[in-house]
Design a protein around this ligand. Structure first.
Ligand code: ADP
Length: 505
């Protein structure tokens, strides 16, 4: 199948989170399975740091946005070690900025205009490149207008009319909500601005637009697919998702084994596998401790944390739990890598200043350091309030950093709690919080630490089982392939059927 990925992030060109890992890896896996994927994304400033050649093409075009005509040209590169083309929409005024979506002052105020332009330009690029598309795979709110354009403006297009759309939600909390007058930027008529369409409590909602108009919906774990249909995790869109539940699936993200493999990872001070994990991790622990100026005491467990400093990730619990343990002088070391909300920066920095021998802190984004922390940690802590899929717990399983998690979304799907039953069944791979609170977090950590220090054979089993699991893209790519065929067939059947009544739309 010819699959066009529309995304704002793809490794190695631009990344703020897991979306980039998915859009950098899945297209290559699909190409290996005989499909013809193409990626289209904005030409953000960051793309030039990827170290890959970026060529100009002779394709340029102009798109009307409200009362302006905005020009753009198309640049071209490839995903690493593949023939998968990546096309960039080059519009420096919109995309040539230091960050992708916003800065310390908040989201860029023209985000609706930027991404409405991106959607229209991407569709224009598809027609100019003469791609005979079977599936347009949209990702997150920035691409939410595309299913609406295909369902309306392209309905009579000679070949784009056959293209079916998949809308993947990587995080339902980010919806792209704008004031109603931004409808004018979309070029779509006011007849779509109603509760069955693009409107959400008086605002324009771009994610909802995608959810309403796409032929199929997916999200990044089966558990999250269920949770987002509930009031608790539905972020106001649970009703829309329940209405579409027959066409909503959850597919767990894979891990790129060429990048995340402790046996070959170039960032580690010593490579290791499930058999040699004890020596390997000890060597990496020693180097990481040296890097952070922490004492190298083999009897003190090292707890790693990596991630966006956002409320979603449960930093409020982490900071309070750390504060309590650091004050008590519990023999534990913490290494934290993250960037985000200044409130958390300040609170973490204060703790690190007070306890430099127990807390190693790096406030920033560093891919090499993320690898080193996974390799060095005994325990990886991920108490997310909600978690669509989560990648760090998968890296942790593969790197023998036993995950301690809040069992929500993808964390519930991928980490098996250690209990008498799961130990007997040989399935335990980590530890679940049994209550979402500071005490629940500390209880899960203590259960983990107890096994680690009192029961080495059981710990070995838990670590090795995780390290030997297969989280490669193989399974997930096959599931996406199935989703694409089903979606394409459903759209073909709809087109062959008599014209829909307005109430079907
Ligand atoms: P989310 O997409 O919600 O941020 P995920 O766990 O799905 O969370 O993916 C986060 C990705 O970003 C992982 O690959 C993780 O290693 C990486 N990451 C997050 N914060 C940092 C950081 N400060 N430095 C390096 N990598 C980071």
């Amino acid at each position: 199948m010819e699959v066009v990925f529309l995304t704002t992030e793809a490794v190695p060109f631009a990344k703020t989170g897991g979306l980039a890992d998915v859009c950098g890896a899945l297209p290559t896996r699909l190409a290996n399975r005989g499909h013809r994927p193409v990626v289209i994304m904005p030409a953000f400033q960051q793309i030039y740091n990827a170290g890959l050649p970026i060529e100009t093409t002779d394709i340029s075009f102009a798109i009307p946005i409200n009362d302006k005509i905005v020009g753009a040209r198309l640049l071209r590169s490839r995903l690493p070690d593949s023939e998968v083309p990546v096309y960039f929409i080059d519009q420096p005024e919109y995309f040539g900025r230091p960050a992708l979506y916003g800065d310390a002052a908040g989201d860029y105020v023209d985000n609706c205009e930027r991404f409405a332009f991106f959607c229209r330009a991407a569709l224009h690029a598809i027609t100019r490149l003469d791609l005979k598309v079977d599936i347009v795979h949209c990702n997150d709110w920035q691409t939410g207008l595309v299913p609406a354009y295909i369902r309306t403006s392209f309905e009579n297009h000679p070949w784009m009319a056959a293209a079916a759309t998949v809308m993947t939600v990587h995080n339902l909390a980010y919806q792209g909500q704008f004031w109603h007058w931004d409808m004018l930027l979309t070029g779509l008529g006011w007849e779509h601005f109603n509760s069955a369409g693009m409107e959400f409590y008086g605002h324009l909602n771009l994610l909802k637009t995608g959810l309403v108009f796409a032929d199929s919906l997916s999200t990044v774990s089966p558990q999250y697919a269920k949770e987002i249909q509930t009031a608790e995790h539905g972020c106001g869109l649970d009703g829309v998702l329940r209405a579409r539940s027959a066409n909503l699936v959850g597919i767990i993200n894979g891990v790129d084994g060429a990048i995340w493999n402790p046996a070959t990872d170039p960032h580690l001070s010593q490579n290791y596998n499930a058999d040699s994990y004890r020596e390997g991790k000890a060597a990496n622990r020693t180097s990481l401790r040296a890097e952070f100026g922490l004492p190298d005491d083999p009897n003190v467990p090292l707890i790693g944390l990596i991630g966006r400093l956002a409320d979603q990730k449960g930093w409020d619990l982490v900071i309070e739990a750390m504060r309590q343990e650091l004050q008590k002088g519990t023999p534990m070391q913490w290494v934290v890598l993250g960037t985000g909300d200044p409130r958390y920066h300040d609170a973490l920095q204060e703790l690190a200043n007070a306890h430099p021998d127990r807390l190693g802190l790096r406030l920033g984004f560093s891919n090499p350091l993320a690898h080193k922390i996974e390799a060095a940690s005994d325990i990886f802590l991920m108490p997310s309030r909600y978690e669509p899929c989560g990648l760090n717990q998968l890296y942790s399983l593969l790197y023998g950093a036993v995950p301690v998690v809040n069992p929500t979304g993808g964390l519930a799907d991928t980490v098996v709690d250690t209990t008498a039953e799961t130990l007997a069944a040989g399935t335990a791979t980590g530890f679940h919080m049994r209550e979402y609170s500071v005490n629940g977090l500390l209880d899960a950590l203590q259960r983990a630490a107890l096994v680690r220090w009192d029961n080495q054979p059981t710990w070995d089993q838990i670590v090795r089982r995780g390290m030997r699991q297969d989280w490669s893209w193989r399974k997930s790519a096959a599931q996406y392939e199935h989703l694409y065929s089903e979606t394409w067939l459903r759209k073909a059947a709809r087109r062959a059927a008599p014209a829909p009544r307005p109430s079907d739309f």
